[in-house]
Every structure is written in C-alpha cells, then in structure tokens.
Design a protein around this ligand. Structure first.
Ligand SMILES: *Cc1c(COP(=O)(O)O)cnc(C)c1O
Length: 376
C-alpha cells in the first residue's frame, strides 16, 4: 500500500507533470514572472469556468478577503458577521481593517453559518455577512441573501474550501460557489481543491464598478501608472502560479468527483455505526469535500486521533478552538450560550485523509483502523 497522505499532491502532480514542467519552464524562459500574459489567461479561464464577469487574481485567500472588504468601502466600526467555526483568516482581516467582527454559531450537520443566529446578530451597525462554505459545501445562500436584502448588507462569500461547488436556488437555477453574493473570494493554497505551487488567491464579482476598484486596490491603488487614487496593497498572483492553475483548472471537476467518490466510500464503511455521523450534504449545494469531517458520538476523539497517527494515518482536527475563544479574538461581547454547536464541534470532529488520489486499499485500512478503535 502507498503511504497515506492527508493530501497527496505528489501523485496528482505526476499525472500532469509534463504539462506543468513545460509551462513553468516557459515562464522562466520569458522571465515575465509578475503580470505575465499567463495571469490574464488564467483569469479568463476561471471567469469562464465560474460563469462570472470578473476574476481578480491576488496573492492569497486572506488578501482576497481583505481586498474585498476594502473594495466594498467598509469602515472602522462597521460590524461584519461571520461563522465562529472556520479558519481564522476570515475573522483576522475583519479585525485588521478595524471593522468589528461578530461571530455567530453554525449548524451541526453542515458546519455552516446558522441562519437564525445570523438574524439575531444583526444590529444597525451591521454592514456585511461573510458566509464561509466550510469543508466544501455552500452555506444556505438563499437565506443569507434574503437576510442581506432585508437589512441592506453586503455578502462576501469565503469560497476558499468550496471552489467548484454548485449552488441550486429554489427556482432550479444554479450558480457556482463564490458568484452568488456581491463578491466571492478563494485561495489557491497548495492543499485547496484548486491549489497552485505556492500562494495564490482570487476575488470574483459580477459588479463592473467593484471589479475596477478591486483591480486598483490589489495594485497599490493605481488605476494609471504612478497615480495612486486610494490606499491599496500589493497582492499578486505570479505567472508561475498562474500556469500551474491553468494546467489544473481543466481537471477541477474530475478532482471534485474523485473527492466525492472517496467520500462515498468512507460513508458506506461508516454507515453501520451510530458512533459516527458522516458529513451531510444539503439539498441546495453539491459537496466538493475539501475536508471529509466526521462527528463522533461517545468516542474519545483525541485518543482516536492519536491511534490513527500511531498507525501512520494522517488526520486532523479542523478546528480545535472556536474563534470566539481564540486569544486574539476573544471579546466580552461574546456569550458561551450563543456558541453551543461550535463548542460541541471543536470537541467531536475529526477530518480523515481526503484528496484526489486516495486508493480503496488505503481507505479500507483507514476505515478499518477507525472502526476497530471505536468498537473495541
Ligand atoms: C485557506 C483559507 C483561507 C485563507 O487562504 P490563504 O490562501 O491561506 O490565505 C481563508 N478562509 C478559509 C475558510 C480557508 O480555508
């Protein structure tokens, strides 16, 4: 059996090696490392794939969130609501911009923002909602859009974990994750579903005016060379990352399918125990399984974690601490009674190896090792 990896980027690379190697060599031969034509080409390809008017490439997924908030003109003191159960980047940029983060609880079954908690958190100062499509499936966007419309709020989708997921509205129309709100952001961190070979990110929007503004902000607030109309940042996708992404984008749907197939295999193996709750899929979103995350019932999660590691099965706790309890983001405004679900999830979740190259032999070993432990 091949050694099990949490994410097997090596085997994935081997399958597209000649294309990747040739296109990277091409960038080096032409030395247009920054703002080369390859970045525009990838931008266009991603616009077509997502069916969105504008893709603005940038340096990483965290920058993408920050730049989106800058582009929308959010001001210090504005409240921005996001989920308590997510990677810290989402809340970090809110705090960095001196906006006020408002964390709310999530749904136990989808791990995504709880709509009732969201409604409860709205105040006259609320300006934006950041739904995070956690682990690869969309938050309840129809409900989020309705709340946003009622209160005149911006919606910024954090699509770092869900690029490629399809959202279906109740009228049957579908949109790609990240193209539903005012603006969407993603990360091309190597282990993400569409990952490059370094850092990368992008912002998506159908709003022409906002897109223009964002293109300036990523480039020092310049709309004309050396004329700085506003305070911007330096955040770029480089040409080498762009060619890696162009080589991988045509495979994204098959990558998502491979992840779904691996998830089904796990689901089946775990279907006969009531100590494991396998990931649920909502009716309105496809799941692209950035992570395959189990909830455990009456199982010593940390002992299982250790048991798997001891058996050379990489696995991880996403996430072990709710954001409202992190030192950097703790705030006396928060009340533990408002985070019942997140507080339970951080104690009971475990994510198993999930990538495009998982083999049944590996999955058999993983599931057998998990089941042996919980049934002993
Ligand atoms: C990875 C991730 C980010 C940050 O992306 P980087 O490219 O690492 O900056 C933001 N939000 C979520 C939910 C993520 O998973």
């Amino acid at each position: 059996m091949k050694p099990i990896e949490m994410v097997d980027l090596k085997s994935q690379y081997k399958k597209i090696k000649s294309e990747i190697d040739t296109s990277i060599q091409n960038v080096i031969d032409n030395t247009a490392f920054i703002n080369g034509p390859q970045v525009k080409e990838f931008q266009k390809e991603l616009e077509d794939y997502l069916n969105v008017k504008h893709v603005i490439p940038c340096g990483n997924g965290t920058d993408a969130l920050q730049i989106a908030m800058m582009g929308l003109g959010l001001q210090p003191g504005d409240e921005v609501i996001t989920a308590d159960f997510t990677f810290a980047a989402t809340v970090e940029v809110i705090a960095l911009l001196k906006l006020t983060p408002v964390l709310v609880d999530v749904e136990a079954d989808t791990f995504n923002i709880d709509i009732e908690a969201l409604k409860k958190a709205i105040t006259p100062k609320t300006k934006a909602i950041v739904p995070v499509h956690l682990f690869g499936q969309c938050a309840n966007m129809e409900a989020v859009l309705e709340v946003a419309k009622d209160h005149n709020l911006y919606v910024i989708e954090d699509t770092a974990q869900a690029i490629g997921a399809d959202y279906t509205f109740s009228d049957g129309t579908t949109k790609k994750a990240g193209t539903i709100g005012n603006v969407g952001t993603t990360s091309f961190f190597p282990s993400k579903n569409l990952g490059c070979y370094g850092d990368g990110g992008a912002i998506f929007t159908n709003d022409d005016e906002l897109a223009h503004k964002l293109r300036g902000i990523v480039n020092h607030g310049m709309y004309r060379r050396y004329y700085h109309d506003e305070v911007g940042v330096n955040s770029r996708l480089d040409s080498i990352q762009a060619v890696v992404l162009s080589a991988k984008l045509p495979h994204l749907d098959s990558y998502c399918n491979a992840r779904r197939k691996a998830a089904e295999y796990y689901n089946k193996a775990f279907s006969n125990t009531d100590k494991i709750i396998t990931p649920s899929t909502s009716a309105f979103s496809t799941h692209v399984f950035h992570q395959y995350t189990l909830r455990l019932i009456d199982v010593d999660r940390d002992a299982l974690h250790k048991h798997l590691i001891d058996n050379n099965i990489p696995c991880a706790i996403y996430y072990p601490v709710p954001l409202h309890s992190q030192k950097a983001y703790a705030d006396e405004r928060y009340n533990e009674a408002d985070f019942i679900v997140t507080n339970q999830l951080v104690e009971s979740v475990i994510s198993l190896p999930m990538h495009t190259e998982l083999e049944e032999e590996q999955q058999d070993f993983i599931t057998k090792t998990v089941l042996d432990f919980i049934n002993k």
